[in-house]
Every structure is written in structure tokens, then in C-alpha cells.
Design a protein around this ligand. Structure first.
Ligand code: CMP
Length: 131
């Protein structure tokens, strides 16, 4: 069974919607294989977002997430990587399809409620970082 990593980001944590988000994965038949509430350090965020180091939004992204409560999930199921990405919606909530998590709960391109691994290699790498 394919596994993917989801992060429930600080904006969603503060909106008190973690149950609603987790339900959206479960309703599509995906299973929460592992779950952890974490207050991430800069170090773990740099590892997780290594491909974005140096980009113009990187420091703001770190500021948004460092030292704030988040939830890391391992989500399991057939094609879980692409199904989670469909459920999450486009990175920019203003471009996300209706009914997706980012459409419903995202604020802007940074405060977009959730992260989901982009592909199999990232899923493996990211699960190792958080679990
Ligand atoms: P995520 O899917 O976790 O991957 C990288 C994160 O950087 C993204 O969601 C957003 O939270 C944040 N971000 C902020 N600005 C941008 C941008 N212009 N393009 C992509 N990601 C951005």
C-alpha cells in the first residue's frame, strides 16, 4: 500500500479543523497509519522543504511554521499520494477546486492548511524526516 506524508499546518491548527481535515482523507478510503503533533524546529523544516531553500518565500514559510503546533500524518492507501493531492487542492487556495481542503480552509498561497508529498521519492524522504 502506498504511503504519503501530510502536514496539517499552523493556520489549520488554529482554526480548530483537524478533525474535519482527517475525515476528508478517511472518507476517500485512506487510512491514518501514523499521527504525531509536533512543534517543528527550523532544522526539520529546512530538511522537509530543502527544495525551496533560497526561494523568495522560504524565510516567510519558516516563520509561519517554526515553533508552531502542527500535525504530521502518514496516510496509507492505493494511490494515496495522488488522492491526497486531489483532496488537498491547488497550492494557491484561490486556484483550488471547490470542495478541496485548500478551497474550504486555505487563506493564501502560504497559509494553505495542509502539505502533501508530491511524489513517491518525496513521500519516502518526508516520512523518514517526521517519523
Ligand atoms: P506546500 O505544499 O507545503 O509546499 C511549499 C509551501 O511553501 C507551500 O505549500 C506554501 O505553504 C508555501 N509557499 C508560499 N509561497 C509559495 C509560492 N509562491 N509557491 C509555492 N509555495 C509557496
Amino acid at each position: 500500500m502506498e504511503k504519503t506524508l501530510v502536514l496539517i499546518k499552523p493556520d489549520a491548527m488554529k482554526k480548530n479543523i483537524i478533525g474535519k481535515i482527517i475525515s476528508m482523507y478517511e472518507e476517500k478510503g485512506l487510512v491514518i497509519e501514523d499521527c504525531k503533533m509536533v512543534v517543528p524546529s527550523r532544522n526539520i523544516l529546512e530538511k522537509h522543504y530543502e527544495e525551496h531553500i533560497g526561494k523568495d518565500f522560504f524565510e516567510d514559510l519558516i516563520k509561519f511554521m517554526e515553533g508552531e503546533k502542527i500535525i504530521a500524518l502518514v496516510v496509507k492507501g492505493e494511490n494515496s499520494i495522488s488522492i491526497v493531492r486531489q483532496i488537498n487542492g491547488a497550492t494557491d487556495p484561490s486556484k483550488a477546486d471547490p470542495g478541496t481542503i485548500r478551497y474550504l480552509y486555505g487563506t493564501d498561497i502560504q497559509q494553505n492548511a495542509v502539505h502533501g508529498s508530491a511524489n513517491k521519492d518525496d513521500a519516502k524522504r518526508e516520512i523518514k524526516i517526521w517519523f
